[in-house]
Design a protein around this ligand. Structure first.
Ligand SMILES: Nc1nc2c(ncn2[C@@H]2O[C@H](COP(=O)(O)OP(=O)(O)OP(=O)(O)O)[C@@H](O)[C@H]2O)c(=O)[nH]1
Length: 318
């Protein structure tokens, strides 16, 4: 009977052989789409387990070596992601372990983790609540430039067009002028009834489902505060999409939209101001997409960190 050691000794190890024909250092080698159940901080003190897709990579600095040791990266991903919630410190030590497992072969490592963060959101007025699933992509790397951590996510919201609102108001005024003659005393009850009729709102501004795509780089010592980031962005926008909606919630949403008219430029500046004020965020790029109901195309704005001579150049990284 073979012992485990004997069996292993009999197996050829192609990856560690010297490269016979083609030599060359490689930028990144690894695996993408690794399926793992990973743990994430749910933002309320509890831990959420989500199905995640992981990319695990190191560079290959040795031109003469055939390949990296994929299984080592795979097993490290499984070990670390099963043990504790994904955060900056854990990712940093996982990447260090990637490099330790490839001594003399690699000096850079990176990992990407994609999953949906489920968050229970309260209704605007009623006591109900419902789920939102925010798509999240975490990218961490370790190399000569140190540890870097970026987080990408999306917030969906409603935007009502300010131009359309002004044009609608003008038509409502004109309708009022037609229905109530100038110089005549106004009958309070008649005006109230008129306001409650469809004539009182002959034109309605168009609103659109809109998407803010965010890419944020955190300071090296900052925590991975995903829920805090989502909350801050939704507050800055003012009209995030709702989950459970009763009539009282829908009315509150209509009021919020009426007081929150915005072009995509306005939305971009609101997020820019909110994220600029957060010193745990060293850089960010946002892309705002207003999926127009007036047009078959979208209105789009990009913004990035607004420091003087800043990082942002409209490169559209998101
Ligand atoms: N390097 C590399 N390995 C691959 C690739 N596709 C599949 N693999 C497999 O990944 C398996 C595991 O690789 P290793 O980590 O080198 O496995 P191992 O030699 O048993 O493990 P160690 O003893 O730790 O090196 C190998 O059997 C490879 O065939 C590829 O494109 N490149």
């Amino acid at each position: 009977m073979h012992t485990h050691e004997n069996t292993v000794r009999l197996m050829p190890d192609v990856a560690s052989q010297a490269q016979p024909h083609l030599a060359g250092a490689l930028d990144w080698v690894g695996m993408d789409g690794i399926e793992v159940p990973a743990l994430f901080d749910a933002g309320d003190g509890s831990v959420q387990r989500s199905s995640a897709q992981v990319g695990a990579f190191v560079n290959l600095t040795r031109p003469d070596k055939r390949g990296i040791h994929m299984s080592r990266l795979y097993l490290l991903v499984d070990e670390y992601l099963s043990a504790k919630p994904v955060d900056a410190a854990m990712l940093h030590s996982l990447l260090r372990a990637f490099l330790d497992s490839h001594k003399d072969l690699a000096n850079r490592a990176r990992i990407s983790i994609r999953f949906d963060q489920l968050v229970r959101r309260a209704a605007l007025r009623s006591s109900n609540s419902g789920w939102r699933a925010y798509p999240v992509s975490i990218e961490a790397s370790l190399g000569e430039e140190g540890f870097r951590l970026e987080l990408g996510t999306e917030v969906v919201y409603s935007s009502t067009c300010p131009a359309s609102a002004a044009l609608s108001r003008q038509l409502i005024q004109e309708q009022f002028a037609r229905d109530f003659a100038a110089g005549q005393p106004l009958d309070h009850a008649a005006v109230l009834a008129w306001l409650g009729s469809e004539k009182g709102i002959v034109a309605t501004p168009h609103a659109q489902r809109s998407v803010a795509r965010l890419l944020v780089r955190f300071a090296e010592d900052a925590s991975l505060d995903l829920i805090g980031l989502l909350d801050r962005v939704e507050q800055a926008l003012g009209t995030p999409v709702q989950t459970a909606v009763k009539r009282e919630d829908e009315q509150a949403f209509a009021l919020a939209n009426g007081g929150n008219l915005m072009f995509c430029e306005d939305a971009a500046r609101r997020i820019q101001r909110a994220l600029d004020a957060d010193d745990r965020i060293v850089d960010f790029h946002v892309r705002l997409e207003h999926q127009e109901s007036l047009h078959p195309h979208d209105a789009v704005a990009y913004a990035s960190k607004g420091v003087a001579g800043g990082y942002g150049n409209g490169s559209g990284r998101v």
